[in-house]
Design a protein around this ligand. Structure first.
Ligand SMILES: [Zn+2]
Ligand SMILES: [Zn+2]
Length: 430
């Protein structure tokens, strides 16, 4: 009898839980949505997110968070201590992209700015970081208004320069994990049109690939286009190198291992009748496993040198690795636990399993620092358009597209609901 009563009480509690969260989210939603529109209309490029950071910092301060600005450039850290317990980090990015918005939305961005090379470029939140910030603010508000539902330390961070894969590293170098409590667990989410709004998706294990950006310079010997016998043509070497590099994944990497080698640009020469003295290749390399990454980088160096050697160059090619980030790895036990929390909160049918992606994320720098993490996906597609596209076999505009336009109301509502559920779960144990 006692057990039955307890079970009934627990069931009632469970039933009461869901509508309570919905009401809490509804209460903060209008302000979060207003912030979203403001951020969307005022995007800023990577490492230049000054107004964005200030806005978010002020919003979090008004909720009672202890906010520190200028962490690793324009980064912000907002702490809310609520008794003993673990420290849980929730991260949003701050930056937008040099993309011209073509969504025709009433609040579409018309912003232009100077990029780091001094060029005038259009700017758009084409990666949905505005949605992530608005969600983080909404979540911050719910958590601040319900301190009786959790205990521990909530650490919210606004990270600059995700798109240039540099902001996370800069925040860490500026003392993110020494000036502030070191998080026991980190959480982040990303919106995409892969799922309809209202849904989230979880990927246990690797979720994003490692990325390495390489610049290869092949040194030949320039001269007249009509006298190739007096030159060493770097254009021909570059062409052979590009093709040979494509044998790495197809011939050297074990079938089934995920890997990409892309030569994104070739630059050489100025005129048809001049053989230039050098050629430059730009590469991106994506993998999940560190050993595959090592194998590919070594093969690129070997093939590049050997092709140049075969042409008889007098100077070895230079290979510079100018950007690099590890793969994002979702702790499997954590993913299992939080998936079940999300299923309880959003309904089992609204939690999907997503395949690992070959795109990259500098969130991996936090994982590299020993912070077990849960990085999940948020559905952004208008459910009706998503269904139409599925039937037609077409794809909705992806992140980074000038047409990327998440279905804000359900996506933002779901993001806040999901983040609150995940944080409460993590801040109720230990
Ligand atoms: Zn992006
Ligand atoms: Zn992004």
């Amino acid at each position: 009898m006692k057990w039955a009563t307890l079970l009934l009480a627990l069931a009632a509690l469970g039933l009461a839980q869901a509508p309570k969260t919905a009401q809490e989210v509804d209460a903060v939603f209008p302000e979060a949505r207003t912030l979203y529109v403001d951020l969307h209309q005022n995007p800023e490029l990577s490492s230049h997110e000054t107004q964005t950071a200030a806005k978010l910092a002020n919003h979090l301060r008004s909720l009672g968070y202890d906010v520190t600005e200028h962490v690793g450039g324009t980064g912000i850290v907002a702490i809310l201590k609520n008794g003993r317990g673990p420290t849980i980090m929730l991260r949003t990015e701050l930056d937008a992209l040099p993309v011209e918005e073509k969504t025709a939305l009433p609040y579409a961005s018309k912003v232009h700015a100077k990029d780091d090379a001094g060029r005038d470029v259009p700017v758009m939140h084409a990666c949905g970081h505005d949605l992530h910030m608005a969600a983080l603010f909404g979540t911050a508000a719910v958590m601040a208004h319900s301190r009786d539902t959790w205990h521990g330390t909530l650490m919210l961070i606004g990270q600059p320069a995700e798109e240039s894969i540099s902001g996370a590293k800069k925040m860490i170098e500026d003392g993110l994990l020494t000036r502030f409590p070191k998080p026991d667990v980190g959480v982040a989410l990303h919106v995409a049109n892969d799922f309809p709004a209202g849904m989230v998706a979880v990927t246990p294990g690797y979720s994003h690939a490692s990325a390495d950006s390489l610049r290869i310079t092949i040194y030949g010997k320039g001269g007249h286009g009509a006298t190739p016998q007096n030159t060493i043509d770097p254009v021909v070497i570059a062409a052979r190198t590009v093709l040979a590099l494509q044998t790495i994944v197809s011939r050297e990497v074990k079938p089934g291992e995920a890997a990409v080698v892309t030569v994104g640009y070739i630059q050489a020469g100025t005129k048809d009748n001049i053989i230039p003295d050098q050629a430059e290749l730009g590469l991106t390399v994506r993998t999940y496993k560190p050993e595959v990454r090592k194998q590919i980088l070594a093969a690129i160096a070997r093939i590049t040198r050997a092709e140049a050697d075969a042409a008889g160059v007098q100077r070895e090619p230079s290979i510079e690795q100018y950007e690099a980030t590890d793969a994002v790895y979702n702790d499997p036990a954590l993913a299992r636990r939080l998936r079940s929390t999300l299923e309880t909160t959003l309904g089992k049918e609204n939690v999907a399993t997503a395949k690992p992606m070959m795109v990259s994320e500098d969130y991996s720098f936090f994982i590299e620092q020993g912070i077990p993490s849960f990085y999940f996906s948020l559905g952004g597609a208008d459910p009706a358009k998503y269904a139409e596209a599925k039937i037609a076999g077409t794809k909705l505009p992806t992140d980074h597209s000038p047409l990327f336009a998440p279905d804000v109301d359900p996506a933002l509502h779901t993001a806040i609901t999901a983040e609150v559920a995940v944080l409460r779960n993590l801040l109720s144990s230990q």
